[in-house]
Design a protein around this ligand. Sequence first.
Ligand code: BGC
Length: 444
Amino acid sequence: MKLRSTLMACAMAIAVTGLGEAAHADDVKEVQMLHWWTSGGEAAALKVLKDYLAKKGYAWKDVPVAGGGGEAAMTTLKAMVAAGNPPTASQILGYFAIDYAEAGKLADISELAKKENWAKVLPTALQKFTTTNGKWDAVPINIHSVNWVWINKAVLDKIGGTEPKNFDEFLALLDKAKAAGVIPLALGGQPWQEATMFDSVVDSTGGTAFYKKAFIDLDDSALKSDMMKKAFDNLAKLRAYVDPNYAGRDWNLATAMVIKGDALVQVMGDWAKGEFRAANKEAGKDFVCYRFPGTDGTVIFNSDMFAMFKVPADRRAAQLALAEAAMSPEVQSGFNVVKGSVPARIDVSDAAFDACGKKGIADVKAANEKGTFVGSLAQNSAQPPSVVGAYDDVVTKFFHGEIKTSDGAVKATRFGADRGEMRVMPHPAPLNLFQSVRTLTFRR
Ligand code: BGC
């Protein structure tokens, strides 16, 4: 009898949430989230999500880890998970989510996913990262893409520049800025930024079929090809346009150089647009956005996802509230308008977005249909973290002159078929998470 009434109470609680999860009075009404959104534009976007959750009665416990691209954040996350103290959720990129899922660290949110029909509204390319063995364990709040250039309009007009359509035209534009005494290229010389720029250079140099062969298939004949050498040679050409203080500069400080008109252009993912917006700058008037010359029609994407960790039962309701919030059309529009990205949901209207945002949304749709929607290698959306570590390393050593020639660069590229020990990715993959992947990378 007692058992029966307990069962009935449980059934009623389940009916109340509608998610197959019981809501309890002592549930923790707080979301603890790890992220690396610490720049002005990023913080403004995050506020949209925090405000939405506050309206639903959830407090926000911030776990910010400064450092663009998320490298430092991933180190903190690894430590928290290893200590058995994971956050409710963490901002995460592509293959990192797969690693945590395969290591058994992520929670199952399939019930909510089914109820909300997420499978129908998200591009399948993203679902590869949000589901594991058919179970949902992460939600994507956006789609970013890396193949953009951000240009100060007043400087562009002053030097009489127009949209560069290919790499040579890009160099010609940079030369004009140089001749006018303006820093042509605002760059942050950190490995992840240089690698992120190189994604675009490779696509521009070799085309998207080549990008896919090299970076998605890791085909050695492409990775070691003359075309790849040409891409490195093109990258080397860009060195001539940066200022002497570029090494180690944060990405948003490079964006600020363009915002202020100290520099003409930054090559950066569309999170840069969040900084223009935070500085009250208007697309088309104060700045212009073009696809990286020679890559129009292709979207080299990454997506900020929230990986849902296995948390104690009393933190589960807050976790589901966060997932629901991130996937709500209201937040997907509001957040991405401010962030510079495109909604991950394909059914969100572009009405609230500026010209760059509208182009971003249209580009994703077109690229998705054409087969030119490709994961960014630098942004962990094409290969596992160990490969990305090796990629960053080669690109940055080359850009800073430690590797002297493009021939040397392709020879040092050991993430293709000849990657020796690194090829052995144990599954399930806790090794990948809890061992130094960089050490693995270069051992042959
Ligand atoms: C993330 C963006 C973030 C950028 C700079 C990227 O990896 O996807 O959301 O704004 O890093 O921090």
